[in-house]
Design a protein around this ligand. Sequence first.
Ligand code: NAD
Length: 364
Amino acid sequence: MKLAGMIAADENRSPLTPDTAKKLKGLGYDVAIEPGLGAEAGLPDRAFTDAGAEVSADAVKGADVVLVAGPPDEAQLGKVARGARLVGVLDPYDNPDRLAALAHGGIDAFALELLPRITRAQAMDVLSSQANLAGYKAVVDAASHYRRAFPMMMTAAGTVPPAKAFVMGAGVAGLQAIATARRLGAVVSATDVRAAAGEQVQSLGASFVFAKEALEAGEGKGGYASELTPEQQKAQSDLVAEHLKKMDVVITTALIPGRPAPKLITQAMLSAMKPGSVVVDLAAPRGGNVEGEADGVTVLRPRNILSGLPGEASNLLARNFLSFVTLITDKEAGAIHVDPEDEIVRGVQLTRDGDVVHERFLQN
Ligand code: NAD
C-alpha cells in the first residue's frame, strides 16, 4: 500500500508531519511526499526522510491513498491515479467542476470537513481542530491592529480602560476567541443563535447577548445552527446594532453548513462603530458576516487565516488525517478497507467508482 502527501494550491499547511508519516508506516503504508510539502510549516524534507518517508516529485504517482491539506487544482488532480482515495479538506461546496473532475477521474474522494459531529469522529474533526486555531489567531491579529491595549492598567499616569471585545458565533472558533480575548484582558461578550452556546459563553467569563426570539429558533439539526426567519433576524440584529456601537474589537465566526455565511453586521452597523475599532470576519471565505467598509474602522477579512499558523495547523490536521486513514485501513490484512455503510465514511465520501455519491451533492 502506498500513501502520498500532495502539495495543494494556495496552501501552506502540510497534510503529514514526520510524526504521522512514521505512524502511517506503522499501519503498513509506504509513505512518500512531494518535495517541500512541509517547508512552510517548518517541516523540512529531511525531517520526513529521517521518519522513513520517500521525498519525490513523483510521490503521488501510483499512490493508493493521497492526503492533501486543501482543495487540489486541475493539474494536481491529474496526478492522482484512477481508483486512488483522496483524503483532505476538499471544499466541495460551490465547486461542481471539481466534484465532476473527481468523479470523472475515478478518484474516491473524502472531504473531511463533512464529518458528522459524533464522538467517534472527534479525532478526525478537521473543522474543530482548525477552527480552534482560527479563533485564537483572529484575536491575536485583532490585537496587533488595535492601536490600544486590551487589559485594564492602573498606572500613576492614569487608568487604561480594558478593551471591549464581542464575539459573534460561539462555536469552536468563537469559544477560543472568547478565551483568548479574556486571557489578553479584554471585557468579552458574545452572541449565538444556539441556546446551548449561552452556557459555554458564560462559563468562559463572557456575557451572552441574544434576542429571545432568535435564540429559540436558531437551534438546527446535529448541533449546527439553522437559518433565521426575517422577523427573528430583525430582533437579533436590532439588539446587536446597539451593542456594536460600544465595542472596540469584534470577531465574527457565524456559519451555517452548506449555506453562505449569514450577514450579521450591515454597512449601517459598521458605520456606527467607534473609530479605532477592529473587526475580524472569520467567515470571509464563505461570503462573510460583515458588509462594507467604514472610515476609521479596520475590517480584516482573512481568506486563509491559518496560513499565519501553519506549524500548529499542520500538526493538528495531520493527526486528523491519520485518524481517518486508520479507519479505512485493515492493518492485519495489510489492505485498505472502506466500509461505505460506516456513518463516518457516508458522511465524508464525495465520489465512488466514477460517481458522485454524497447525498448533499447528488443532482436531482
Ligand atoms: P459553525 O462553524 O458551523 O458555526 C459557528 C457558530 O456560528 C455556531 O455556534 C453557530 O450556531 C453560529 N451562528 C450561526 N448563525 C448565526 C447567527 N445568525 N448569529 C449568531 N451566531 C450564529 O459551528 P462549529 O463551531 O463547527 O460548531 C457547532 C456546534 O457543534 C458547537 O456547539 C460545537 O461545540 C459542536 N461540535 C460538536 C462536536 C462533536 O463531536 N460532538 C465536534 C465539533 C463541534
